[in-house]
Structures are given as C-alpha cells and as structure tokens.
Design a binder for this molecule. Sequence first.
Ligand code: 6PG
Length: 261
Amino acid sequence: MIVPLRDDLSLIVAPTPASLAGLAARLAAGVIGDAVAERGRALVALSGGSSPVVLFEALRERHARGLAPALDDPRIAWFQVDERLVPRDDPRRNARLADEHLFAPVGVPAVAIHAVPAEPSLAPDDVARRYEQEIGSVTGAAPGGRPPALDLVLLGLGADGHTASLFPGEPALDEATRWIVPARGPADGAPRVTMTFPLLAAARCIAFFVIGASKRAALRALLHPDVAGVVPPARRVRAAEALLILADAAAIGTASGEDRP
Ligand code: 6PG
C-alpha cells in the first residue's frame, strides 16, 4: 500500500519485515540503476542498527538472482550515514554490519566502499572532517560548499525519534553547513559522527526503513508531528526529490488490529 502524504513524502506499508524488505530492495535497485544509467554512478548511504539486516539480505538475494543492477558494480559508491568511533573490527561498527550482510557476500569492490575512518587516535571532529573530505573526493563537491546530491539514503528510526545519529536535544541537530559532524548517542555509547540535515536534504531519495511494534510511537510522531507537540529529529529530514517511509504492519499498528496512525 502506498499512501501519498505530501508532495515529497509517501508512506509504503507491507505486512512483514521480509515483505517490506523485498519492496525496499526493489525500490533501491530502481533508484541505483537509474542513477548509474543517467549519471554513470550511484551514491548510496546506509544506516546501521538491526533493522537494515533484513533489507541487506533482500538486496543480496536480488543480486544472487542476477536482477539488475549488479551491486558489485564499481560505479556504485557506498557510504555510511553515521558511525560509532570504535575499532574497525568492533561489532558495533555500522560499516561492519554492511560488510557482513551485503558487501562481502555480494563482492562489492573495496574501492567502492567508503567507510568512516576507524582511527582511534583521531578526535571525533577530525574523523568528521576526514569523512567529509572522502565524500568530497568521490562526489567532486567541496566540503564547506554546497552538499553533494546522494542518490539514495537509507535511514532508520529510533524509538526516541532519532535518525542517523541525530538525537533529540543534541548540537548536531543545529548544524547548518557541515556535511558530517561529531555526535553523541545514548549516554553509555561510543562517540559517533553523523550526516547532517543539510547533507540529507540534498539527497535525491531518502527512505526510512521502519519495522517492529517498538517503533510505533516514534512512527506516529514522524507521521503526525502534532502528537505531543514534540518534533522528533527524524521529522526534520527532507529530501530533494522523494522522501519515503517504508513501514511494516507492526510498526504501523495494524498487525494486532490497533488503530492506524
Ligand atoms: C545507528 C543508526 C540509527 C538506527 C536507529 C534504529 O547507527 O544505529 O544509524 O539511526 O537507524 O537507531 O536502529 P534499529 O534499526 O536497530 O532499531
């Protein structure tokens, strides 16, 4: 089911995480394939967390069945939306999740994978600036200037309404120029860096991938900002062309017959 909510925002609902992942994989394949056909490359940014795993598996299955586009095409550049500043082999690293569930099984060439630098000796701000330089060198955009237009950004949604590593009440929410900034997550977590609203807003297509009943309240606040008068960080996300919210029935609240959002 596709529900147009605004001129730039559509809600897509599927019964289960697996069916939603299949839809999302087809959508991602279309956006990536069009980008390569039209511009000779595709710029894709992935989020971490647990939700994307089922989507990575769906993308992997498409690739294994030979469905276009081939995801090991070196013309597809893969970035991270955010990252924890932990050692490269730390299981908390988002890049490790993508590598384990998508890049390695598909055979994405290392030259196409643009992970956040894992250099514990660097301060978070230096890591952020290094990553901005990497994004700039791949896209041709100059850090500090107009953000590059990523073709597809996959976002998750936290139960508190965060997305990327843009958490409620954090300074990163107020960044108006930089593309990547240091960020703080949950109190006990590692330091992070995250894409900012300006970089996200330049993206052609952004897709929130939201599964599970635990996200019901956050999704309701995302869809209906007047709930409790609080504007969750995810609600501030904009895209240049298409902003999609893909949610399974459990997140929407129809799986157990509860009210629709
Ligand atoms: C991260 C993600 C973060 C995630 C949400 C939802 O680094 O963890 O970028 O924004 O998308 O926290 O996480 P789950 O999918 O695990 O619920």
